[in-house]
Design a protein around this ligand. Structure first.
Ligand code: BV8
Length: 247
């Protein structure tokens, strides 16, 4: 069902025009055109690193300096990135609907920078750190030059990135908000995700298939493609602004 031509665009625009409530799920692909490496694509982060070596609590316990080095390297890549047309189009779409909720797996903060406000950062934010002893103590580290290899809370405990690692539970409030938005939506946009990481990969199954439309925007096929009603094959930074302009 790869219909990435004008017919698919027209059908996606039609579904959005009829929608009252829209939900959007984004993954690393929407930041690719901003120069932020994806996880699993060519040149992706996991190509040079192994997830289990870095994005897990065990990795942090084993070698916190290595994990902090990796996140600082990613922050340096993200600091140089600006929101692209895809981020901006989603921020504009938020203003057009009575209910629009953006659910992102990304930790780069580019949706916030593009102006999205009804946003759920399901996997956390790379610019925030939290105390390993008192998890409610958060620290905005944007613009902060790393003082030493291992940042510490005033209480003396290590700080860690405020990011959900593999094997860690997502915040329940965020999950509940995300599930409610997907269940209530008339259109679910799924943009730039390989649809491999749970529980987010299971969200599209919550859609009320009796009346809601799933639109996938991706340069490649994913495990979700077969279930999508409309597939827009191509870069989100080009497709989303085009769709938004046609509304
Ligand atoms: C949990 C934070 C309870 C770190 C991340 C076996 C079966 C099923 C599940 C599991 C299992 N074993 C373990 C699990 C659970 C595990 C999981 O799902 N593993 C997968 C790999 C099988 N999930 C968890 O551990 C979650 N917690 O479930 O707790 C539990 C615990 C243990 C066991 C059972 C249950 C926590 C998940 C969160 C992990 N943290 N990141 C960090 O960022 O540093 S996940 C990481 O992957 C990122 O957050 C990323 O966002 C996420 C998903 O990847 P994508 O965003 O989709 O990125 P990817 O590169 O993969 O794909 C990019 C896509 O964009 C591609 O499709 C590409 O074609 C496309 N694209 C590229 N360019 C463009 C584009 N599209 C459009 N335009 C473009 N220009």
């Amino acid at each position: 069902m790869d219909v990435s031509g004008s017919d698919a665009i027209a059908r996606a625009v039609g579904a959005l025009r009829d929608a009252r409530a829209v939900a959007a799920i984004t993954g690393a692909g929407i930041s690719a055109e901003s120069g932020v490496p994806t996880f699993r694509g060519t040149g992706g982060l996991w190509r040079t690193f192994r997830a289990e070596d870095l994005a897990t609590p065990e990795a942090f316990a084993r070698d916190p300096a290595l994990v902090w080095d990796w996140y600082r390297w990613r922050r340096s890549r993200i600091a140089a990135a600006r929101p692209n047309g895809g981020h901006v189009a989603l921020a504009r779409l938020e203003q057009r609907f009575a209910a629009f909720t953006l659910l992102t797996q990304n930790v780069d903060g580019l949706h916030l920078e593009a102006g999205s406000r009804n946003l759920v950062e399901l996997h956390g934010n790379i610019w925030r750190a939290r105390c390993t002893a008192e998890p409610h103590r958060l620290f905005d580290q944007r613009g902060e030059a790393p003082k030493d290899a291992l940042p510490r809370c005033p209480c003396g405990a290590l700080l860690r990135p405020d990011i959900v690692w593999f094997g860690e539970l997502l915040d329940q409030t965020a999950l509940d908000r995300a599930a409610a938005a997907v269940r209530a939506c008339d259109v679910l946009l799924v943009v730039g995700t390989s649809a491999l990481v749970y529980p987010v990969a299971a969200f599209p199954s919550l859609v009320d298939r009796a009346h809601a439309t799933i639109v996938e925007v991706n340069v490649d096929a994913t495990p979700l493609t077969a279930a999508a009603d409309i597939v827009l094959r191509g870069p989100a930074g080009r497709i989303l602004p085009h769709v938004e302009r046609l509304l």
